[in-house]
Ligand binder design. Structure first.
Ligand SMILES: [Zn+2]
Ligand SMILES: [Zn+2]
Length: 356
């Protein structure tokens, strides 16, 4: 089968590798679409796994069950259309029982397993048992999961912020996650969603995600603008959905006294954010971080897309053949796409590759 193997930073090769081995209680999924995530881009373009190459990334995968192991006893059979959550909490440890399943003590880390940038992916028995394979409704395309998966952490964040009808929510960053945040904030009833962004191209068309006011930080002083829009107070809740330390710094000045800020985006490894802690002190701010989400956030992400309340097609800029992943990365990095879904069964001209 074909796959994209990473051999080092930006060293991606489209190669033939052996068909994967199916665990007795596991499955093999034919990957029909796999999203190109911001974290994939970071991993593929940096020295993400020193000494552990080649590696196959990709975790936003959906497809068709190709085979189930001889000991599998569940409801699924070959031919079923499914999504595959690569991590799934155990549901039994102290953290899971306390409702913090994203910090599961028995978390099944997907990082060292084969990912979805391939024509087939093995699904381990443990993930099958934990309910990581979910039926995809017939009316939805395989690309739907490229939106569901990242929405997990968006929901996790907004659950903790308790975004609701009284809130003016400020979202810093108009990337795919920022746009998802806008959409989810509106569904949760936010009174007003303000979005700031320093790339004019990214701000184009964000209204369709529920953004009420957009501020182009390359043309105006975003702090001043946000204060003007909020009677000099700042937003009730601020979500920093970008990898910028400057944006984290600025967020303190754009949050109202007593407000909450989520540092949702990770910054480059080792980068330090200098913060005027007196702003936190005198304004009584709460600052929190976010990575992933709990089981409720996961179920909510599925529900919002499966029910059509979030139209996944609004977020998928285009689909591209898997072999053109480097091109897709360049498009995303230039801010010219919200989300790109890759198709492992399309050749470089977009024609279907026959399965043998
Ligand atoms: Zn992702
Ligand atoms: Zn657990």
């Amino acid at each position: 089968m074909k796959a994209i193997l990473q051999y080092g930073p930006n060293d991606l090769r489209y190669e033939d590798i052996p068909y994967p081995k199916c665990e007795p209680g596991g499955m093999i999924m034919k990957v029909m679409a796999v999203g190109l995530c911001g974290s994939d881009i970071r991993n593929l373009t940096t020295d993400s796994l020193p000494g552990k190459y080649p590696h196959i990334w990709g975790h936003e995968h959906a497809g068709i069950i190709k085979e189930v192991g001889p000991e599998y006893k569940g409801e699924f059979k070959p031919g079923d259309r499914v999504i595959y959550w690569a991590t799934r909490a155990c549901g039994q440890c102290a953290e899971c029982r306390a409702g913090n399943s994203n910090y599961c003590l028995n978390k099944n880390e997907y990082v060292m397993r084969q990912g979805g940038f391939a024509q087939y992916i093995p699904i381990p028995e443990v993930i099958v048992q934990r309910g990581g394979v979910v039926r995809l409704p017939d009316e939805l395309g395989f690309e739907a999961y490229s939106v569901i998966e990242p929405m997990l952490s968006v929901n996790g964040c907004q659950q903790r912020l308790n975004v609701n009808f009284r809130d003016t929510v400020l979202i810093c960053g108009a990337g795919p996650l920022g746009c998802l945040h806008a959409k989810v904030a509106k569904i949760r009833g936010a009174k007003r969603v303000i979005m700031t962004e320093i790339s004019s191209a990214r701000l184009e068309g964000v209204e369709k995600f529920g953004v009420d006011v957009k501020i182009d930080g390359s043309k105006t002083d975003q702090i001043e603008e946000v204060l003007k829009l909020t009677g000099g107070r700042g937003a009730d809740k601020v979500i920093v959905a970008n990898p910028s330390t400057i944006s984290q710094q600025q967020s303190l000045k754009m949050c109202k006294p007593g407000g909450i800020i989520s540092f949702f985006g990770g910054v480059a490894k080792g980068a330090m954010t200098e913060i005027d802690s007196n702003i936190i002190h005198y304004k009584g701010l709460t600052i929190m971080g976010q990575t992933g989400g709990d089981a409720l956030a996961q179920d909510t992400a599925q529900d919002l897309v499966f029910s059509g309340r979030v139209n996944y097609k609004d977020f998928i800029t285009c689909t591209m053949p898997l072999c053109k992943i480097s091109e897709a990365i360049a498009i995303c990095k230039a801010g010219k796409a919200i989300k790109i879904a890759l198709h492992p069964w399309d050749d470089e001209n977009g024609n279907e590759i026959k399965e043998d």
